[in-house]
Ligand binder design. Sequence first.
Ligand code: GLN
Length: 473
Amino acid sequence: MAWDSIATIAAKVNAGEVKAVDLVEQSLRTIAEKSSFNAIIATTEDRAKERASQIDAAIAAGESVGRLAGVPFIAKDNFLVFGGETTAASNILRGFEAPYQSTAINRLEAEGAICVAKANLDAFAHGSSTENSDFFTTKNPHDETRVPGGSSGGSAASVVLDLAPFALGTDTGGSIRLPASFTGCVGYKPTYGLVSRSGVVAMASSTDVIGPITTSVEDAAIVLDVISGKDELDSTTIEKDAQGYVVDAPGSLKGKKVGVIKEYMGEGLNPAVKENIVKAIEAMKAAGAEVSEVSLPSLPLALAVYYIVCPAEVSSNLSRYDGQRYGYTKQDAADLNDSYIGSRELGFGKEAKRRIMIGTYVLSSGYYDAYYRKAQTVRTKLINEFAAAFEQYDVLVGPTAPDIAFKIGENAEDPLQMYLTDIMTVAVNLVGVPAISIPAGTIQDMPVGFQIIGKQRSDRELLAIAAQTEAIL
Ligand code: GLN
């Protein structure tokens, strides 16, 4: 691995042993060397170098810079960041420069971290492979013929390609965990509301969360510690854990109650993936965890619920892109109406249009009760089933995805097949609980992800259990 742990990098920078400008240089050089993977949409080179010089100057002057001093990172291109465009990988946002930064970016910068680039994603984060990007498809670092997962595929590939020590992603239905699973890194989806959504291009506001993609659980915890907590710019935010998320003492799995999700271990799961997952579970057991099977009977409905609730919210959130306020506008429009319609027709890709149509349909009068209300009712059932399970278990476990990364193009023309990739991740978002994907070996040289799910606001405990599991795997 090309980078030290985040804590080590920051300590060296703060001690004056390593210069922030050199770290930024290293990151930008690696981005250029590995550009064929298409992980990056654009760098924020000028601003990154300027910030690095300021940080080095501050340290030379004896000032303290922060817990992430000089640490380069990469943001998914749906975060508003200064120093370049924010496109969400959609044509309709091309040319848009953010007038303010997202809270998560501001908090990282306040601790001395430096954003060096914007990563590729499925346009507006709709997708599981980055193939819906209006720019290009990111290639899996382990096999260039395969997808990196999505929608935060550029962020996950960046971390695995050593472009930076960490990246930020968003997870609305699995978009942090799935690419982490497909590329072999750590992806953390916090409790809903733990990280401010202010300044992040909205997808489905009731399930959108922001989280770190890293090479270790320890690094994920530090980043979460910095970006989490109440923010007056996002009324859904909650207080962070009083003790924070960085766990110093290595704990133990002894006596931890682990529930293996029955519905995730059966039909549809690649048997080779299952073997790796069973091995991970056996390792937890050997380390003293009390493991048993748990059933959440409504889980098989979660994907259907998600693909009603999510498009409903997407159709609402995308209504603001009318060609007048941000980015792209249709040239030579006959009148204002033609400008609205034409800008949306030309600016949105296929998947965004599909979701706008499904979303407006399920919300329309006459269909609202049949689809949207019913979906929300089942969502409540899911919330109750998870709550009941967490009365018995500390964490629930299973695979992150039913299979390894698929081939580029394999599912591109079949949206239903693509949606099925999310079958093991979406319930967590509907319920609002935290979850993590950590590497659990490989099959055919491709990574497999092990998912650990915690109860609401148990992020600190979940990260501790994940760190212990990572250590024994
Ligand atoms: N793949 C899922 C979707 O297409 C999840 C996307 C996400 O989490 N942003 O909706």
